[in-house]
Design a protein around this ligand. Structure first.
Ligand SMILES: Nc1ncnc2c1ncn2[C@@H]1O[C@H](COP(=O)(O)OP(=O)(O)O)[C@@H](O)[C@H]1O
Ligand SMILES: [Mg+2]
Length: 251
């Protein structure tokens, strides 16, 4: 019999079944499945392929072997190699979606599409949704928050998580402000972020964090227990403190 294992880490209960994972779906999943099919057709191998849905409605995806970091980050996820390869992989993912994004439906995603549409945003590009082999980021999964949008919006959150751009005192973070500034430049360079985006990046990170908190509040108010417990645990205070802190970083 194929080995089954429950994978911890996120909000969803994900089950590994041999070289596949079974994962809950939502009303937005047909959009994600179409995106994964497109990535496969483009030869983008860092995302799981979609293999259909089980009788009880779980999506069947490739299991991506490697290590997944949580918070605080594991040593491999703190390395310069991880930082640079994470930015390179985000760039490769975005570049693989530009053509698709032009005609992709704007509705039906879990969060609304956002102008200007340049790419498909992953929506939660962070160590907790990426796979490391050694110090290299080689895979990305959990496309539940994918939607058409701008490179900068997706990049801002990725930088927040990977650098990370956390205020001193946030137990999820690491690095002095000077180290964060150096790591942020490396992340921008590895992605190839343009000068106009760089000029507004820190303010965009702050706006993005306010958006995360807004989403938590909306979902909790709608009765989502996971988001309600995040709010009860005060997670939003960390995001709001980070949103205040990030624009004060000198670069
Ligand atoms: N395709 C995959 N390959 C390898 N591990 C995965 C994959 N999908 C999920 N996981 C593991 O399961 C955990 C939770 O999965 P995730 O898809 O991120 O769900 P959630 O929506 O709850 O965040 C992850 O932290 C990761 O360890
Ligand atoms: Mg996840």
């Amino acid at each position: 019999m194929t080995e089954r294992e429950i994978l911890a880490g996120g909000i969803n209960e994900v089950i590994r079944v041999g070289d596949r994972v079974h994962r809950p779906t939502g009303p937005w999943s047909p959009r994600v499945h179409d995106l994964l099919r497109h990535l496969d057709s483009r030869g983008f191998r860092a995302a799981p392929r979609f293999h259909g849905v089980t009788g009880d409605g779980l999506e069947i995806l490739d299991f991506l072997p490697g290590e997944v970091s949580d918070y605080p980050a594991i040593p491999a996820a703190r390395t310069t190699e991880a930082l640079i390869s994470a930015a390179e992989l985000l760039r490769a993912f975005h570049d693989a979606t530009t053509e698709y994004a032009r005609t992709a439906p704007r509705d039906g995603w879990q969060v609304p599409a956002q102008e200007p549409v340049e790419v498909i945003c992953h929506g939660d590009y962070a160590p907790h949704n990426c796979v490391l082999r050694g110090d290299r980021v080689v895979g990305v999964f959990d496309f539940d928050y994918a939607r058409p949008g701008s490179r900068l919006w997706d990049f801002a959150y990725a930088a927040y998580r990977w650098v990370p751009l956390t205020a001193p005192g946030n137990p999820d973070g690491f690095g002095t402000p000077a180290e964060q500034a150096v790591r942020l430049d490396l992340f921008c360079d590895a992605y190839g972020l343009g000068p106009r985006s760089r000029a507004v990046l820190l303010d965009t990170v702050a706006a993005r964090l306010h958006d995360v908190v807004g989403h938590m509040r909306t979902r909790a108010a709608a009765g989502d227990q996971a988001f309600a417990s995040h709010l009860a645990a005060g997670h939003h205070h960390l995001y709001l403190a980070d949103a205040e802190y990030v624009p004060t970083l000198t670069r």
